[in-house]
Design a protein around this ligand. Structure first.
Ligand SMILES: Nc1ncnc2c1ncn2[C@@H]1O[C@H](COP(=O)(O)OP(=O)(O)OP(=O)(O)O)[C@@H](O)[C@H]1O
Ligand SMILES: [Mg+2]
Length: 304
C-alpha cells in the first residue's frame, strides 16, 4: 500500500447550528487520483478550504505529507496546488503573465515552461490575451496549466469540470489523467458526478450532508452490488412466482423489473432456470448499489 499523502482526522466544520462537515476521516495515497464525490451542499468545498487552510476547522486535523498542516503551513503549501471552485486569476493580465506570476510563487519559471504548460492545455495561441476574455472552460484549463507549471506534489481541484460542456469536461478529464500519468502527481478532485469520478479516479470517498458514506477503491465500491440483479422477463407474474419459490433467491423489489439478491456466482444458473421454465428473459443485469444510492441522495440533495 502506498504512503498516505493527505489525511484528515475527525475533521469538522460547523456554521451556526449546522454541521457542514462532520467527523471526516480521509486517506489519500501517493500517486493516485482520489475522487471526492458528493451532491451539492455535501461539504466538499468546505473540506477543501479547510485542507488548504482557507478556513479554520471547528475540530479535527489535516495532515499533508505526514505533517500537521497548521504547524507546517508554508512548507506544505509550497508543494500543493489548490484550486477552489473557480480558479482565481488576474483578469486584466494575459494568460502568460498570470502563469508567470503564479508560477514564480513556488519557484523560478522560464518562458519556455510557461509556453509548454499553455501548449499542453491548448491555450498556446491565447497566451497574450487577457484572461477576462476567456470562457469558463478556458479558465479551468488555465488552472490546470498552473498546476502543470508549478509541479506540485499534490493537486487539489474543486469541481474542475463544473459548468463545462461535454467536450470541455472531456478535455479537463484528459488533462487530469495526463498530469497524473506523466508527472505522478497525486490528485484530489471533487465532483458531484459519479461518472466523472469513475472515469479518472482509482480511489474515492463519498460525502453526504457532511458525513462520509463510503471510501475505498472505485472498482470495489462500484462492484459492491454485484450480488443484486434486476431481471426483466415475461410473463412477469410467472417469473416472480418462480423467483419466490427458489430458496437461494431473495426478491428485493418489483417494479418495471424484478430486483433480486443472489450469490453472484449463481447468476447464470438463475438465468437458465428462468429460460428453461418457459420464461422470456429480456435483461438480467447486475445492479450497482452505490450508483443507485448516489443517484438517490443526489436527487434529494438540492434544497437542504
Ligand atoms: N461561509 C459559510 N457560512 C455558512 N454556511 C456555509 C458557508 N460555506 C458553506 N456553508 C454551508 O455548508 C454546507 C456545505 O457547503 P459546501 O460549499 O462545502 O458544499 P459542496 O459540497 O462544495 O457543494 P457544491 O457541490 O454545491 O459546491 C452547505 O449547507 C452550505 O450552505
Ligand atoms: Mg463546492
Amino acid at each position: 500500500m502506498s504512503e498516505t499523502i493527505l489525511s484528515t482526522e475527525g475533521l469538522s466544520k460547523r456554521f451556526g447550528s449546522r454541521w457542514a462537515v462532520k467527523d471526516l476521516n480521509l486517506d489519500v495515497r501517493a500517486g493516485e487520483i482520489f475522487g471526492f464525490l458528493g451532491p451539492n451542499g455535501a461539504g466538499k468545498s468546505t473540506t477543501i478550504r479547510m485542507i488548504l487552510t482557507l478556513l479554520l476547522p471547528t475540530s479535527g486535523s489535516v495532515r499533508v505529507f505526514g505533517k500537521e498542516i497548521r504547524r507546517h503551513r508554508a512548507e506544505i503549501l509550497s508543494r500543493v496546488c489548490g484550486i477552489v471552485e473557480k480558479p482565481d486569476f488576474y483578469l486584466f493580465l494575459s494568460a502568460y503573465k498570470n502563469l508567470e506570476l503564479l508560477g514564480s510563487l513556488s519557484r523560478k519559471v522560464t518562458a519556455d515552461e510557461i509556453f509548454e504548460a499553455l501548449e499542453i492545455v491548448g491555450l498556446r495561441a491565447r497566451a497574450g490575451d487577457k484572461v477576462k476574455t476567456f470562457s469558463h472552460g478556458m479558465k479551468q484549463r488555465l488552472g490546470i496549466a498552473q498546476a502543470i507549471l508549478t509541479r506540485p506534489d499534490l493537486v487539489i481541484l474543486d469541481e474542475p469540470t463544473s459548468g463545462l460542456d461535454p467536450q470541455g469536461m472531456k478535455e479537463v478529464r484528459e488533462l487530469v489523467l495526463k498530469l497524473s500519468r506523466e508527472h505522478g502527481t497525486t490528485i484530489f478532485l471533487s465532483s458531484h458526478l459519479l461518472t466523472e469520478v469513475e472515469a479518472v479516479a482509482q480511489r474515492m470517498a463519498v460525502l453526504n450532508h457532511g458525513e462520509l458514506v463510503a471510501q475505498g477503491p472505485v472498482s470495489e465500491l462500484m462492484n459492491d452490488g454485484s450480488s443484486y440483479f434486476t431481471i426483466t422477463a415475461s410473463p412477469m407474474e410467472k417469473a416472480l412466482e418462480l423467483l419466490r419459490r427458489v430458496s437461494w433467491v431473495e426478491v428485493v423489489a418489483e417494479g418495471n423489473g424484478i430486483d433480486v439478491r443472489i450469490d453472484s456466482l449463481r447468476a447464470a444458473e438463475l438465468n437458465r432456470l428462468l429460460v428453461t421454465s418457459g420464461i422470456d428473459v429480456s435483461s438480467f443485469a447486475a445492479k450497482r448499489t452505490l450508483e443507485d444510492y448516489f443517484l438517490k441522495i443526489t436527487e434529494g440533495a438540492s434544497e437542504v
